[in-house]
Every structure is written in C-alpha cells, then in structure tokens.
Design a protein around this ligand. Structure first.
Ligand code: AMP
Length: 564
C-alpha cells in the first residue's frame, strides 16, 4: 500500500535534506518520489518500477540520506548501478542532497579508474558508496568486511545490471552484507530474472509503480530531438530560429533553470519571462497576461507554475527537460492546440532518456518522430525570410514616405542608394549574422545523437543500434550533385513537417508561376525545407510572381539557393 503526498514538506524528510531540496529548486516531489519516500522512510523493502527521468534517484536518495548518521564514519548506504556514468551521476546527486549535512561523504567506485583514490575515500569514512558491481567486488576481495555496516542497499537500474552480466557479482555482494539491511530495487522493467532476485533478497517488498493511462493529443504535432545535456541551450536557440511560432512555452525542471534559460533567450533579443513557483502570484498572473496580449512571446516554466495555463496564442511547447511521466507530458503539450487550433510540441531527449520517450509513445499511442537539429543553412534561411518579411511590407509606400530622406542621406554621405541600403542592412541586422560561414561559427555543436547512441563514457549494450531510416533529414548534409549549365536550385523553408509534398510545390510553380512542367527539374522534400531545380533564365521574374504564393497554408518564399 502506498501513500501519495504532493509536497516535500509533508514527507517527513530530515530538515537538512529539505533545505538542500529548496536550494536545488525542486518545487514538488515527482510521482515516483511521493510514492516511494514514505515507503522507504518506514523501513520497508521496495520494488520501484521507474526509468531514468522520473526522478528515481531522489526517490531513494532523499529518504535514505534522511536516516544517515553523519557521526558514524563507516559505510551505511550502498547504491549499485550498472555504469560508471550513472555512478558519477548518482554520487553527485547524493552530494547535492546532503550539502546541508556536514560530515557526509559520498564515494563513487567504478572500473577504469585507479583504485588508490577510491581506497582513500573509503578509509576516510565515506558513508555513501555508489558502485558498479564489478569494481565493488574488487574492493571486497581486498576487504571482505567493507560492507558489514551497510544498512540500506539500492539496486538502481537492476534490469540494466543483469543485461550487462553482473548477476554473479551481485550474489557475491549480497553475501557480504548484513541480512538485516533494507533493500530497495529500481528497475524500468521486471523480467523474471529481476523477480527472482527480489524473491531471494528482498523481504516482503512493497511495489511502487506509476500507473499510466492512455491519453490522446490529437491536434498536436509532436517531434523529438536527441541531444546531450550540455547541448541543450544551443539546441534551443537553433530551434527557436527556425520554428515559426506565435507564442511558445518552454518547460524545464527547476526554478533556477527557468531563470537561466529566460536570461539566455532575453540576451538573444526574445521577449521572454520565467514562470516559476517562487514568483508571487500577482507577478505570475502578469506574466500570463503579457503572453496573452502579445507583449511576451516565450515563457520558460516549471510544471507547477504552468498548471492550467490556457493561452490560445501558444503555438509551440518546447520540452527542454523531460517530464517525469507521460501524464505530465500530455499535460504540458496540452498547453498548445488550445481553442481548437493546431499546435506543435518538441521534446529534447538525452540518450539516457530514450526509454522515457518510448513510454510516452506507448501511453499517448502516438509516435513522436525524430527531427534533426536545424543546420546553419536552415538558420540562415529563416533569418533572411524574417528580414524579407519585415522589410517587404514597407516596400509599397517606402519611396513616397522616405524617398526624400534617402536622397538627403545619399548626398550627405556621398554614396549611392545601394551602398546606403547595404549600410542600413548592416545596422538593422547587427547581432544576427546573415552569411553562412558566420552562422556556422555560431553555437558550435556536435551533431545530435541519434536515438540509438549511448551517452559518452557508457558501455554499449547488445541490440543497441541507431535505428536507421528514422531521420527524415538523412542525406541533408550530403554534397549536392552539380547542376547542368543554366539550371539552378531554389529553396523554400517549407518541408515535410509543414505538410508539403512535391506535387504541392509543382502545382504552385506551374499555376502561379506560369512555368512549364518540363522546365521544372528535381524536387527534394526534406523535413524542414525543400529544394527545386529550375532554369536560371527568367528566374527573377518567376520568383517575383511567386512572391505571395502560399503552399499548405504557409508562405512559400522560394529563393535561389547558393551552395557554398
Ligand atoms: P532521475 O530520474 O533520477 O535521473 O532524475 C532526472 C532529473 O530530474 C535530474 O536532473 C533531477 O535533478 C531532476 N529531479 C528529480 N526530482 C525532481 C523534482 N522533484 N523536481 C525537479 N527536478 C527533479
């Protein structure tokens, strides 16, 4: 039987732990946390079915650290994890949660690193050991008493540990521990091998699992992008450049993250505000009003602060951090597609969170296809289109209203109108590069990791291959075939994700451009743009005719595409 408590303060955690949680900025326990913490604090053995991204580390670390006695300088908590990467991650989390508990020492024990420093930390009286099974066995062979004082054992990602062949090591470790210990097992899946371990080594375990209901999100177009965590800010910047949004809500996990991202976007010139539970109610309401009336375009929010938010202008939801469970995902993306409109939801997924993505797809019953990070060309195209839009609407009256001023400036500066135009452009576009090389140099990024890639430093897993054919933009970076004399390529920022197919482009160019079918060459539809081969002769005329053409409800804006 489990309790569900939705406030950290109500969970009976040690005040020092509560202070640390406040400092990291968690607003409320995630579902797995509010269910697991009371069970673990009560001393029960537990089986938690949860994957990375649900907040499972804090779900066991907070209640176990709450019970730790810092004055005893010997191992009290042992967390077993499958990989070195996870060992470091869990150890860092335990250090963070125990910052207000002086005297608590955490050590990560993993292979591929020298034994010396690990032995030293053990000798200095570390109370929390976070270990991979193989390396822990090496330590146990030197000191078979190492685990004699451990009262709490956590098996984290137990299914992964078994997949990596750690079964024998686990048995060796169980033998070296007191029978009276508490054992908590977390696993994303519960195959028979895990159930067998639980049967042998856990005492009347309680089960904690987050029930998932299927929910539909019909009008919302969804996509995900694989990124490493350190690439998130740069990826967000690029996405914002090419996504054609009216208002957008970006979700992150902590209050601090709302402030950091809002500040980054503000520096880039976006009209943006953070929205988090620390802000007074009046200020939160004002932020939402500003989003409604168009004086703000982006809000960076935590789940708590965005609850119930209903703003029809929101065309996009950007999940910068993964939600804890499919329900909050559905809730988040439901902030768009309001009032019967369509919406677009984007999700950044780090390699460790792939499984959560699968769970979301299963629960929503919809595929969340993969998109690639917009390349420099797409960013440049978007910038030029925006500029053309802004200036284009002024062309009709410009000569009448500003002709005299242009003449005056040309005389004063002794330049011709085209030089003046170029100088004004330089002023107008300051801060945003409009040539391909400069755009490429901005926000340097390693290519996005595909669905199947593992995070750096982790061991590969069997059957873990990038899934081919999933990338709509595959081939985008391949060098282009040279064109015959007199032929050019033109590009539009409309692509498959805008619902554009070759026949739509063909129809528009023939009907509105007055072009012969035979004169139109190869049409390539990519996810975020398309290319069309056309004759060079008469191109300017054709592009002028197509100036106001719309395809699939969006402006075509066909432009000559110059490859570098
Ligand atoms: P995990 O599932 O343990 O890998 O946690 C995933 C991420 O969620 C980590 O970056 C945690 O810092 C974060 N996190 C865990 N619990 C909370 C919470 N209650 N509020 C906000 N973020 C959290």
């Amino acid at each position: 039987m489990t309790q569900d408590i939705s406030n950290f303060a109500a969970l009976n955690l040690n005040p020092a732990i509560l202070a640390a949680i406040k400092a990291v900025g968690y607003e409320e326990p995630s579902p797995i946390q509010s269910q697991s913490i009371p069970v673990i604090l009560a001393g029960h053995d537990m089986i938690g079915q949860a994957q990375t991204g649900t907040g499972k580390t804090a779900a066991f670390a907070l209640p176990l650290l709450s019970q730790l006695d810092p004055s005893r300088r010997e191992p009290q908590i042992l967390v077993l994890v499958p990989t070195r990467e996870l060992a470091l991650q869990v150890a860092t989390a335990c250090e963070t949660y125990s910052t207000e508990m002086p005297g608590v020492k955490v050590v990560a024990l993993y292979g591929g690193a020298p034994m010396g420093p690990q032995l030293k930390s053990l000798r200095m009286g570390a109370q929390v050991l976070v270990a991979t099974p193989g390396r822990l066995c090496d330590h146990l062979r030197r000191d078979d008493n190492l685990l004699a004082t451990v009262q709490h054992l956590v098996l984290d990602e137990a299914d992964e540990m078994l997949k990596l062949g750690f079964m024998d090591d686990l048995e060796f470790i169980f033998e070296a521990m007191p029978e009276s210990r508490q054992t908590v097992l977390f696993s994303a899946t519960l195959p028979p091998s895990i159930r067998a371990i639980a049967e042998r080594h856990l005492k009347e375990p309680q089960h904690v699992r987050i029930a998932a209901k299927t929910q539909t999100v019909a009008r919302i177009e969804q996509a995900h992008l694989m990124v490493h965590a350190d690439q998130k800010p740069a990826s967000v910047l690029r996405l914002l450049e090419v996504e054609n949004f009216d208002a957008l809500i970006a979700f992150v996990r902590t209050k601090q993250a709302t402030l950091d991202l809002a500040e980054l976007l503000e520096r880039q010139g976006y009209r943006v505000s953070a929205l988090n539970g620390d802000m007074p109610q009046a200020q939160r309401e004002k932020t939402i009003e500003s989003l409604k009336d168009g004086s703000l375009d982006i809000v960076v929010a935590t789940d708590v602060a965005a609850r119930g938010l209903d703003v029809a202008r929101i065309t996009h939801v950007l999940n910068v951090d993964m939600p804890y469970d499919p329900e909050s995902y559905v809730h988040r993306i439901g902030r768009t597609g309001r009032a019967g409109r369509e919406g677009r939801a984007l999700l950044l997924v780090t390699p460790r969170e792939r499984r959560m993505l699968q769970v979301i797809e299963r629960v929503t019953g919809q595929r969340v296809g993969e998109i690639r990070l917009p390349d420099a060309e797409a960013v440049l195209e978007a910038r030029i289109s925006r500029l053309a839009d802004g200036v284009g609407s002024l062309l009709a009256d410009a000569d009448t209203t500003h002709g005299a001023l242009r003449q005056e400036l040309c005389e004063r500066l002794q330049c011709d109108p085209s030089t003046l135009a170029a100088a004004l452009l330089a002023k107008l576009t300051s801060g945003r590069a409009l040539d391909i090389e400069s755009v490429r140099r901005e926000q340097p990024l390693t290519p996005g990791a595909g669905r199947g890639e593992r995070p750096r430093g982790e061991r590969p897993e069997r059957g873990d291959r990038p899934e081919r054919g999933e990338r709509p933009d595959r081939g985008e970076r391949r060098p282009m075939q040279p064109l015959p004399e007199g032929r050019v390529r033109c590009r539009t920022a409309l692509g498959a994700r805008d619902g554009v197919a070759a026949k739509n482009l063909l129809g528009a160019i023939i009907n509105e451009g007055g072009m012969d079918r035979e004169a139109i060459g190869r049409i390539q539809i990519r996810d975020s743009f398309s290319l069309v081969e056309l004759p060079e002769e008469g191109l300017e005329r054709l592009l002028t005719k197509l100036k106001d053409t719309r395809v699939a409800g969006k402006a075509l804006r066909l432009r000559r595409y110059r490859e570098d």
